[in-house]
Each structure stands twice: as C-alpha cells, then as structure tokens.
Write a protein that binds this ligand. Structure first.
Ligand SMILES: Nc1nc2c(c(=O)[nH]1)N[C@H]1C(S)=C(S)[C@@H](COP(=O)(O)O)O[C@H]1N2
Ligand SMILES: [Mo]
Length: 199
C-alpha cells in the first residue's frame, strides 16, 4: 500500500496516484468547523428526509441503528489541501434511507444541527457513494468530527460531508449551501480541483 522511496532529507513518500491535484497527505485528523460544536443527545437526535413537496420522513437514533450497517474505508480530501488515506467509518448507506423514496428531485441540501448546509446532486448520494456515519476507527464518532452522526461523501471535497447532520431536503434546482454561497464550488470534485467559483 504505502510506498516509500529514499530521498534527500530522509524518508519520503513517493508521489501517489491516489492523491488529487494540489493535495498533501496528513496522518492527523484536523478539525474544521465553522462555529461551535453542537452537543446533540442521542435520545433526541433525529434525521429528517424532506421531499420536494414537503413530505417528511424521520428516523430516531435507534431506528438508524436498526438499519443495515456498513463499514467503510475511504480517502478524504479537504479543500484546505489535506488528504487522509484509508479512514474507517461505520454508518448507514444513503441508498437505504432513500430506498423507497419516489422523487423527481435531482438535488439535495444536507442540513445540520447548528445550521450548516451543503448542496449535492442526488445521484452523488446514491449507489454506494454516501453514508450517514456514526462510527470512526471503531469508536463512536466524536462531537468535534460530527458526532452523533455526519454525512460522509468521500468522492467530493470534505466540506460536503456535513457534520451533525439532521436531514436532507430534496430539491428540483441546485440550491447553494453555506460554503457554496461563500465562494466554494457548487460541486467540489477534488480530482478536477473544483475548489472555488469558476474552477
Ligand atoms: N456542520 C458542519 N459540517 C461541516 C463543517 C462545518 O463547519 N459544519 N465543515 C466542513 C469542512 S470545510 C470540512 S473539511 C469537514 C471537516 O471535518 P472534520 O472536522 O471531521 O475534519 O467538515 C465539513 N462539515
Ligand atoms: Mo474543508
């Protein structure tokens, strides 16, 4: 997996083809939060799916845990240029939550306890590409990293992975979320370096 090549100044990681352009690898797990960490008790936690007509469906914490669980190992890429390889998560696939939803919406806005929002095409949440993650590295997900539960959409820049997620709203048009209103790219593909408006 990891390949090292001897270089000037000691041990160096060889350039990896799994590092998107402009990124560097970190072994830390930086915390990036706009605003304070909300502390959400699991017994009042809820996740609400709202369709484009306003119809809602909610899951309690226990209902989330009663769904099929997946263990996921993925690389994550932050727009501030750190990437972290092979992070391990546990959670529920969005395919499960969206399974019996009939919708004509093409987009979604994820929203969070604390008010954060981020927009994604609905297709980017389906087919094994996105999860509601509540475990990290064999432990409960820590509040700083989005616990009780966060969205995990590793194929897009990590700002799309809304921490403290409390729902998804399906929309017929692409409605920019918090960072997308403030200069960040509407889609955010790390492989195409879609960091900011105009990229
Ligand atoms: N609710 C919420 N979710 C959020 C953020 C935030 O400020 N609030 N920051 C985003 C950004 S910019 C990144 S890089 C990741 C950071 O996740 P981490 O703190 O677990 O590394 O969370 C994303 N999700
Ligand atoms: Mo970020």
């Amino acid at each position: 997996m990891a390949t090292f090549s001897p270089g000037f100044g000691g041990r160096r990681r060889a350039a990896r083809d799994d590092l998107p352009p402009g990124q560097y690898e970190t072994h830390d797990f930086p915390v990036l939060s706009y605003g304070p960490t909300p502390h959400v008790p699991r017994d009042t936690w809820q996740f609400t799916l709202t369709d484009e007509n306003g119809a809602r469906r909610s899951w309690s914490w226990q209902e989330l845990l009663d769904l099929p669980q997946e263990d996921i190992t993925v690389d994550i890429h932050c727009v501030t240029k750190w990437s972290k390889f092979a992070t391990s998560w546990r959670g529920v696939s969005l395919d499960v939550l969206l399974d019996d939803v009939e919708t004509s919406a093409d987009f979604a806005v994820a929203h969070s306890y604390g008010g954060y929002t981020t927009n994604l095409p609905l297709d980017d949440l389906l087919d094994g590409k996105a999860w509601i993650a509540h475990g990290y590295d064999g432990q409960d997900l820590e509040p700083e990293h989005g616990g009780p539960a966060r969205l995990l959409v590793p194929h897009l820049y990590f700002w799309k992975s809304a921490k403290w997620v409390d729902g998804l709203r399906l929309t017929t048009t692409d409605e920019p979320g918090f960072w997308e209103t403030n200069g960040y790219h509407a889609y955010g593909d790390p492989w195409r370096e879609q960091r900011y408006w105009g990229d």
